[in-house]
Design a protein around this ligand. Structure first.
Ligand code: URP
Ligand code: ZN
Ligand code: ZN
Length: 471
């Protein structure tokens, strides 16, 4: 039996903060004890002096290799999960894709194939159901048996991933029957496409117009509609990448009414704004949907408040990197939209930056508590998507996915030093307080001393259970 002792640190979970040593046996946490109260000999000793010992992060929204807008997201399962590990994330839930005319089951199998043997950390899948028909409805049940207990639907992107209200209703009826969760991209895509067309006719082609036409009121409207359909059907609903206060108000109201409705936001909506979409084509770096919002409209402040009050439960990244093409070793995906913002592949990199950004900008800046940081980055994600307590906490019997985090360390984010396979950082030059020092994935030290010690295939598929937040 391989034993690892993490000593001299401060263990932090969603509810506790204590001086404690953690004994890991093989891949599990075997004991948590007051320093010096247990005689232990371990082959590996990790000194966590002056550091926090926290559960490995869980990013429930990533898109490795996503096909989008005629190209593919730049990170593979290999590069993206390795970058996640560098940033203190030890589990991802990515999105398998069913496109129009395809079987959902076959879509999932194809994504399993992409990930198998390539991941540095454990991974699960949501299923993007891009074609709701009789067969897909049947396959939803089969997928739940395979541990795919959540289905993403799009009220945006007509002609691509879009589902109409009737299709959403049918999928929600099935999800309610099976106890699975509908994850919703809530933007009114039909209305947005008219605004896009009108903007292009006026010659408004720069990335900034992506942010201007995808109005926050249309996120609020779609969120309202999704909630009403969930209420009607009794389905559990999880709003993904929530960016606007109008949408947050709808979620808050639904939760106050006792509905099984939850929502995540992402670092880009907490830290970046419409201004970043300016500066000509440079703004393409920041094109994602929903878009970054106008700082003066108060979205960021309300999102932080939502995270504090549990109207928002989770911070994920929606990691979906496309290269700008300024560097010869990388791709040029974002260039597809030069001269037409609607052709810029939607998405931003971030899987490596989530933990540091939320610690630095959240805990260190006094916006959220340390326990809440752990809760929104690890514990709630595990509970929301049926992985708790195997994942998402440090407890006897849990997987030893553990991060030793130096709260006083500092570093600067840069594309020159990050590990994501993308040629820019949305946070270039930002100074962070708090460093990921050591990362254990299932008991194995995969990051320490500024080196990666893992290998592709260390990460395994996670068949997930039903949401543990539903009542
Ligand atoms: O812009 C985004 N969000 N790209 C990824 C696909 C999605 O909608 O989540
Ligand atoms: Zn989306
Ligand atoms: Zn996404």
């Amino acid at each position: 039996m391989a034993k690892t002792l993490i000593k001299n640190g401060t263990v932090v979970t969603a509810t506790e903060k204590m001086e404690a040593d953690v004994l890991v046996e093989d891949d599990k946490v075997a004991a948590i004890f007051a320093p010096g109260t247990m005689e232990v000999s371990a082959e590996t000793v990790v000194d966590a002096k002056a550091c926090l010992v926290i559960p490995g992060g869980i990013d429930v929204h990533t898109h490795m290799e996503l096909p989008f807008g005629g190209t593919f997201a730049a990170d593979t399962f290999e590069t993206g999960t390795r970058a996640a590990a560098w940033g203190g994330t030890t589990t991802i839930i990515d999105f398998a894709v069913q496109t129009k005319g395809e079987s959902a089951m076959e879509g999932w199998e194809a994504w399993m194939e992409k990930a198998r043997g390539n991941c540095a950390i454990d991974y699960g899948f949501h299923m993007i159901t891009g074609d709701i028909n009789d067969q897909t409805i049947k396959e939803m049940e089969l997928l739940v048996r395979e541990g795919v207990t959540s289905f993403k639907m799009f009220m945006a992107y007509p002609g691509v991933f879009y589902s109409d209200d009737g299709q959403i209703l049918r999928a929600m009826q099935k999800a309610a029957e099976d106890g699975s969760t509908i994850c919703m991209h809530a933007e009114n895509g039909i209305a947005i496409d008219v605004l896009v067309e009108q903007a292009l006719e006026r010659g408004e082609t720069d990335p900034i117009y992506h942010g201007m036409v995808r109005r926050s009121i249309l996120e609020g409207e779609a969120t309202h509609r999704a909630i009403k359909l969930a209420e009607l059907t009794g389905a559990q609903l999880y709003i993904v990448h929530l960016s606007a206060w109008e949408a947050l108000d709808e979620v808050t109201l639904a939760r106050d009414e006792g509905l099984n409705v939850w929502a995540e936001t992402c670092p880009q909506y907490l830290f970046l704004s419409l201004d970043d979409l300016g500066n000509g084509f440079e703004g393409a770096k920041y094109v994602c949907s929903p878009p970054l919002r106008d700082e003066d409209e108060g979205h960021q402040e309300r999102l932080w408040r939502g995270l504090r009050t549990n109207d928002l439960q989770i911070v994920s990244t929606d990691h979906c990197p496309f290269c700008m093409g300024d560097h010869h070793t990388f791709g040029t995906q974002k260039q597809l939209g030069r001269g037409d913002f609607s052709k810029i592949p939607n998405g931003m990199p971030g899987v490596e930056n989530r933990m540091e950004l939320i610690y630095s900008g959240g805990v260190d800046e006094g916006r959220i508590s340390l326990n809440r940081f752990v809760e929104i980055t690890a514990t709630a994600p595990a509970k929301m998507f049926g992985l708790f307590p195997k994942k998402g906490t440090i407890a006897v019997g849990s997987d030893a996915d553990i991060v030793v985090f130096d709260p006083d360390g500092t570093h600067v984010i840069s594309a020159d030093t990050h590990h994501m396979d993308v040629d820019y950082s949305a946070y270039e030059g930002w100074e962070m307080t708090g460093n990921v020092k050591t990362v254990l994935s299932k008991g194995k030290v995969i990051i320490s001393d500024d080196s990666y010690h893992g290998k592709p295939g260390d990460g395994e598929y996670l068949a997930r259970g039903q949401s543990q937040l539903s009542v």
